[in-house]
Ligand binder design. Structure first.
Ligand code: PSU
Ligand code: MN
Length: 303
């Protein structure tokens, strides 16, 4: 299946220049307007500053796309949660029905890989939710890591999740989880989670070399690059923990389930913290975009 790319992105991919994929669910479902649009634009600027080309991924009227126009970005940001959230299981449906949808980490990885893009920046990947041993609510993001050859730069996994179960699942799927400049798996809003990462790297070049080594061995699937939120933007784990408990209790009471869980929790946290969690979320996405571009530049020597 063909991915429609902008001229700029098509040229960059064709000539081995660094490209960084971005997802659209974070825009439509992860943040309110207008902060989501500002974030989407700033992230693209950061990637350019570092010498790479940004490629925001989405499905538009059933077409798989990498690289959105300014008007399209604005459409996703303004329309918000009424745009369908498209994970891998939803791709055939939106393509067949020619629907416009926002791609999650899982479906963005798949489309990026199909387009020939190896690096992707997000905020925080999905994972095993708390209580997953009963609900089986494990994000398709984790499963996608065993399939698509893409390195994903993420601030650990969202603190609303069960991080121990998330790490166990990634281990089962044979996914390298690399701490960037840290020995701990970061917890999205917080730099520290109490969970160790299995491996650590301190340079973009080393991560690029890991990507090259993994795929040269035909070990298919992605790499989690766990990049802690900058110190000045973090909400310490002990501070955010009671708020997360409260939001999860509300979600359970209201019977929120399936694909609505993550957007509900992110929105409630932003309300309860009066925007502080949103501010932290934006800061960590920008931080991930910068590192992603550096990794893409380092990896371009192998292209
Ligand atoms: N990171 C953010 N905000 C988000 C997400 C990631 O900072 O909104 C989105 C991603 O699209 C991710 C999704 O794939 O949340 C996970 O949803 P679920 O748990 O339903 O798989
Ligand atoms: Mn889920």
């Amino acid at each position: 299946m063909k991915i429609l790319v902008s001229d700029e992105i098509g040229l960059a991919i064709g000539s081995g220049k660094p490209v960084v994929a971005l997802e659209s669910t974070i825009i439509a479902h992860g943040m309110p307007y207008p902060q989501n649009l500002e974030m989407a634009r700033e992230v693209e600027t950061i990637i350019r500053e570092e010498g790479a080309v940004p490629a925001t991924v989405a499905v538009i009227e059933g077409e798989l796309r990498a690289g959105l126009s300014s008007a399209e970005l604005e459409h996703f940001a303004k329309t918000g949660p009424s745009i369908i959230k498209v994970s891998t299981r939803d791709l055939p449906f939106v393509v067949a029905k020619k629907i416009t949808g926002a791609t999650t980490v899982a479906s963005t990885m798949r489309i990026a890989a199909m387009a020939g893009i190896q690096v992707f920046a997000t905020g925080g990947i999905g994972g095993a939710h708390r209580g997953a041993e009963h609900t089986f609510d494990i994000s398709a993001d984790l499963i996608e890591f065993s399939h698509s050859n893409v390195a994903v730069i993420t601030a650990g996994a969202k603190a609303i999740l069960d991080l121990a179960l998330t790490l166990e699942t990634l281990e089962t799927f044979g996914v390298p989880v690399v701490g960037y400049g840290t020995d701990e798996f970061p917890a999205f809003y917080s730099r520290s989670s109490g969970h160790k990462v299995p491996m650590r790297s301190d340079t973009p070049e080393e991560i690029a070399a890991m990507m090259k080594a993994k795929w040269a061995m035909k070990l298919s699937g992605g790499i989690v690059v766990a990049n802690p939120i900058p110190r000045e933007d973090e909400i310490p784990a002990a501070e955010i923990a009671p708020t997360i408990e409260k939001a999860i209790a509300e979600a359970n009471e209201l019977g929120v389930h399936g694909k609505n869980v993550t957007p509900f929790l992110l929105a409630r946290l932003a309300e309860i913290t009066k925007g502080r969690s949103l501010k932290a979320n934006i800061a960590l996405v920008k931080n991930n975009a910068r590192l992603a571009a550096k990794i893409a530049v380092a990896y371009s020597q192998y292209l």
